[in-house]
Design a protein around this ligand. Structure first.
Ligand SMILES: *Cc1c(COP(=O)(O)O)cnc(C)c1O
Length: 390
C-alpha cells in the first residue's frame, strides 16, 4: 500500500470515468440513424447504415487508462461489447465481474482455447489452423472470423476466404463452434482506400452467406472509420481512441468531434533550485539557462512512458502557466526551467489533460515526440498511479 500522508499521488494519471461514458454516448449519437459526422463532400459517402452497436476497445490496459474501470465506464455509457487483444486481457475483465460480451483477437499459437471458451470469450480467428484448434477445444467456441481486406496484418487473405468459411461451416454443422461474427480492420490509408476495403468486406459477407454462414455481427470500423466513413459502420463499430476522448484525426481536435479527453497526467515537483545564467541542465547540457532562474524537477521519465524524443519540447503546465521540458528527458525525471517564476516543492506539474481546461494535450506531446496520441497514453508506465473520478 502506498504510504502518503495527504494529497495526491506522487505520479498520477487521473481518469475521468464520466468522460469515458460521455464519449460512448457522443459516438453513439454521431453514428446514429440520422447524424453523419464529417463532411459528405469530403467523405463522398452519404448512406448512414443505421444505428450500429458499439464495442469499447479496452486492450493494452484500456490504452493506459486501466482496462477494468474503462470497461465499466464504457458499459455505463451504453457500450454493447468489449474488445481486447489477448485472451488474458479478457480473463482480467471476467475476474473483475464484467459479464458483457468480449472479443479477443490476437492469439499465442502455443495456447489452447478451452479457458477462453469456458469464460465466455469470443475468439477472433483468421486462419483455418486457428479455427481447427477452436473446433477441437472443449466446449462450443463463439467465433468471429477475421478477413483481411487490405491492412495486410491478421485475418484470412482473400484467396483463403472460401476455405476458411467452408471449414467454419463444417465445424458449425458438427456443433463444434458457432460463427457469431465476421470482421475486418481499416488501414486508414485514405478515403478511396477505405471505400475499397468496405467493398471487399461486402464481398466477404456475401461469400460467407453463400457458404451458409449466418454471422449476426459484422464490423469493420475503428474510431476514425466510425466517425468519417458511414458505409464502414455495418452492425458494430470498435471504438478505442475515441472512448478515451482523443481524436484520431490530424484536422480535428477532441472538442471538434464532441469528445472529452479522460486522462490527466501529473506529478508532484520534487525539488526547486535557483541557478545562475549559463547553467547546463540534464544529460549533455542540451539546455543552458538564459538568465538566473528556477529549475523544477519533475519525477517522470522515459521509464514511465514519457518519450525521450520530446526532450526540449514537451509542454508542462505548472500553476496555470505552460513551460517546456528543459534539455533531455531522463529515465525517471526531467527538468523545467521556470525562468523567474516561483513554484514550490509539491506543486503539480501537469503534462497533459483536457485542453478545454487550458492544459497541454496528449496531441501536443505526440507532436513534440514525433508520434501519435495513441502511443502517448498507451505507454504510460506502472509507476504512475491511476486514480478515478466520476
Ligand atoms: C485497437 C483496435 C481498434 C480500436 O482502434 P481505435 O483507432 O483506437 O478506435 C479496433 N479494432 C482493432 C482490430 C484494433 O486492434
Amino acid at each position: 500500500m502506498t504510504e502518503r500522508s495527504s494529497g495526491r499521488p506522487f505520479r498520477e494519471a487521473r481518469v475521468d470515468l464520466a468522460a469515458i461514458a460521455h464519449n460512448v454516448r457522443a459516438i453513439r449519437a454521431a453514428i446514429g440513424d440520422t447524424a453523419v459526422t464529417g463532411d459528405p463532400a469530403v467523405t463522398g459517402d452519404s448512406a448512414a447504415t443505421g444505428a450500429a452497436m458499439v464495442m469499447a476497445v479496452v486492450k493494452a490496459g484500456g490504452y493506459g487508462h486501466g482496462a477494468v474501470p474503462a470497461a465499466r465506464a464504457a458499459l455505463d455509457g451504453g457500450a454493447d461489447w468489449l474488445g481486447v487483444v489477448d485472451i488474458d486481457e479478457a480473463h482480467e475483465l471476467r475476474a473483475a465481474g464484467v459479464s458483457a460480451p468480449i472479443l479477443a483477437w490476437l492469439h499465442d499459437p502455443n495456447r489452447g482455447f478451452d479457458d477462453a471458451i469456458a469464460d465466455g470469450i469470443d475468439l477472433g480467428l483468421g486462419s483455418t489452423e486457428q479455427l481447427n484448434r477452436a473446433a477441437a477445444a472443449t466446449g462450443t467456441a463463439n467465433v468471429q472470423l477475421k478477413v483481411d481486406t487490405g491492412l495486410s496484418r491478421g485475418g484470412a487473405g482473400r484467396s483463403e476466404w472460401a476455405g476458411l468459411f467452408r471449414a467454419a461451416a463444417l465445424h458449425e454443422r458438427r456443433g463444434q463452434l458457432r460463427v457469431r461474427g465476421l470482421w475486418s480492420h481499416l488501414a486508414n490509408a485514405g478515403h478511396a482506400e477505405d471505400l475499397a476495403q468496405v467493398a471487399l468486406f461486402e464481398e466477404a459477407i456475401a461469400l460467407a452467406a453463400d457458404i451458409g454462414l449466418t454471422p449476426e455481427l459484422t464490423h469493420l470500423a475503428a474510431t476514425a472509420g466510425a466517425l468519417r466513413v458511414p458505409s464502414a459502420r455495418f452492425g458494430m463499430v470498435r471504438i478505442g481512441l475515441g472512448l478515451y476522448g482523443l481524436s484520431p484525426f490530424d484536422d480535428a481536435t477532441s472538442a471538434a468531434i464532441g469528445l472529452r479527453p479522460a486522462l490527466e497526467l501529473s506529478a508532484a515537483i520534487t525539488s526547486i533550485k535557483r541557478v545562475p545564467a549559463g547553467t547546463g541542465v540534464s544529460y549533455g547540457y542540451a539546455h543552458r539557462t538564459a538568465d538566473d532562474c528556477y529549475l523544477a524537477l519533475v519525477p517522470l521519465g522515459y521509464a514511465d512512458g514519457i518519450p525521450r524524443s520530446a526532450s526540449a519540447r514537451g509542454p508542462v503546465s505548472i500553476n496555470g502557466r505552460i513551460y517546456r521540458v528543459a534539455g533531455r528527458i531522463a529515465m525517471d525525471q526531467f527538468v523545467v526551467d521556470l525562468g523567474s517564476d516561483v513554484a514550490a516543492v509539491g506543486d503539480r506539474a501537469i503534462l497533459f489533460g483536457d485542453p478545454a481546461a487550458g492544459l497541454p494535450s496528449a496531441e501536443d506531446w505526440a507532436a513534440a515526440a514525433g508520434t501519435i496520441n495513441y502511443e502517448i497514453v498507451a505507454r504510460l508506465g506502472t509507476r504512475i498511479e491511476r486514480t478515478y473520478s466520476s
